[in-house]
Write a protein that binds this ligand. Structure first.
Ligand SMILES: [Zn+2]
Length: 473
């Protein structure tokens, strides 16, 4: 008998709490003080990430900065700490903790939702996605942190012509486990090219069996003036080709298993979303296609005033020299001639003008950007060295570049050295890293003795400092 009295009482208390909550919620608009406590219990919490500003966070959630300030009683909205927890008002039905994550290359909306253990509908709500079929790699998405954090690992994308069942078997996991982990409806609910995730703890993930086909990129989002390296790992030998914003990406490999495609994002490229297309064909004619929009982010470059002789700013001269150099810098050597990190081209490297600076020549006669890194004379010698192994493809006097040397390192990568006073090599020479190429001078469009050093990818100059700091491939 006691039991039958207890149960209805519990329900009544529950109803009372619910009713009280409803009353408190109704009071919110007129009493901001009371609202705070309620929201903190009910609303999702966003964890501030590096680089976040209050305005950006507000825009992303479709609310105003004032709403966030009020609800969280923020005293100093200009000083948000990384890791700080703020309540996001106005997201009905969502709770828990939110954070942001960069959308990886190869992610579909379904795949990204799956990897983060989110319902697709929640992901769409959180990020106010209007076109679920077009998900952009490199964009930062708001995600909710699942209460049960299961680390999922990307297993290779499904190979064309393979069923989900075969893919699971190849990866060494149970197909049913794979279906559950990925929130598929069944093994039929997987599209070729869709990334698949399995629990990282699964012993079967590593090892040769999981190496089917995967695509990744060195940096996301790629930024203006930087090197983008797309890496394809494949078990089946294939020929790959690609395009980014309509310009070709050439893929090369040392071993036929790991392919690299280098792309130079132009320093003056308009920040925005660009299509990335990759195709692969194997020996039997089986083909594979990958298409995704990728965000190109802007980078801040300072502006510099430069004064040079007016003859170096003549349009005809510049156009003629570009036309002459174009086929030389665009030639492709399919063998990689370099290995390891590039070394500095001078003994005591002191940079007096960095890559990418927006340059105004002679008070506005010409506007361009700095295509390389300038080294002033800081060593007791004027020596210029090869940064990596390669072949000399240009060593001659030009009008703008002065005495110029270009070294082809293979795979579409070249290094350029301008304004020399003397040459120590000729076209056709093979050089090793550290070989003397010539001496620093002041020839061509130069405002004093220095070495202008640049790195080109298929003819596009990229931040040369990156190649001195990082090892590619
Ligand atoms: Zn320069």
């Amino acid at each position: 008998m006691k039991k039958s009295y207890t149960r209805p009482r519990k329900i009544r208390i529950g109803q009372l709490i619910l009713l009280l909550t409803v009353i408190v919620m109704t009071i919110i608009p007129s009493q901001p003080g009371a609202a705070r406590a309620t929201y903190q219990e009910a609303g999702p919490i966003y964890i501030i990430q590096p680089g976040d500003t209050l305005n950006e966070v507000a825009i992303r959630f479709g609310i105003t900065a004032e709403e966030i300030i009020t609800v969280n009683a923020l005293e100093n909205p200009n000083a948000l700490d990384v890791g700080q927890r703020i309540v996001i008002p106005g997201l009905k039905g969502l709770s828990g903790e939110l954070t942001s994550e960069i959308v990886p290359l190869g992610a579909s909306l379904a795949g990204f939702a799956r990897q983060n253990r989110l319902k697709q509908s929640d992901l769409i709500t959180l990020n106010r996605i209007t076109s679920p079929s077009e998900i952009i790699a490199g964009v930062s998405f708001i995600i909710s942190i699942p209460s049960e954090r299961v680390q999922l690992t990307n297993i290779p994308m499904m190979k064309p012509g393979f069923s989900a069942l075969e893919t699971a078997i190849l990866a060494g996991v149970s197909p049913w486990e794979m279906v559950a982990d990925n929130q598929f409806l069944g093994t039929w609910d997987v599209l070729p090219g869709d990334p698949i995730f399995v629990k990282a703890s699964s012993d079967s993930v590593d090892g040769e069996a999981s190496e089917n086909l995967s695509i990744s990129v060195n940096t996301l989002p790629p930024v203006q003036g930087e090197t983008m390296q797309i890496i394809i790992t494949t078990k089946t030998p294939m020929d790959f080709s690609g395009r980014f914003n309509g310009d070709s990406i050439h893929f090369f490999s040392d071993d036929g298993k790991v392919f690299s495609g280098f792309f130079g994002v132009h320093a003056l490229a308009e920040p925005g979303v660009y299509p990335l297309e990759i195709q692969g064909v194997d020996i039997d004619g089986n083909s594979f296609e990958f298409n995704q929009l990728v965000l190109v982010a802007s980078k801040y470059y300072e502006t510099q005033m430069v004064y040079v002789g007016a003859e170096y700013l003549d349009d005809d001269v510049i156009v003629e020299e570009e036309a002459y150099i174009h086929p030389i810098v665009r030639q492709l050597t399919p063998e990689r001639l370099w290995s390891g990190q590039f070394q500095y081209p001078v003994d005591d490297p002191c940079v007096n003008s960095a890559f990418g600076l927006r340059r105004i020549y002679n008070d506005g006669l010409l506007f361009y950007y700095h295509t390389g890194t300038d080294f002033a004379v800081c060593a007791p010698n004027l020596n210029i060295y090869a940064v990596a192994a390669g072949k000399v493809v240009l060593a001659e006097e030009l009008i703008v570049r002065g005495n110029a040397i270009l070294i082809d390192h293979g795979w579409g990568i070249m290094s350029g050295y301008w304004h020399l006073s003397e040459f120590n090599v000729s076209v056709g020479d093979t050089v090793q890293p550290g070989d003397l190429l010539g001496l620093i001078g002041n020839t061509g469009r130069s405002a004093g003795p220095h070495l202008h050093f640049e790195i080109l990818i298929n003819g596009t100059p990229v931040n040369s400092q990156t190649w001195l700091d990082q090892t590619f491939p």
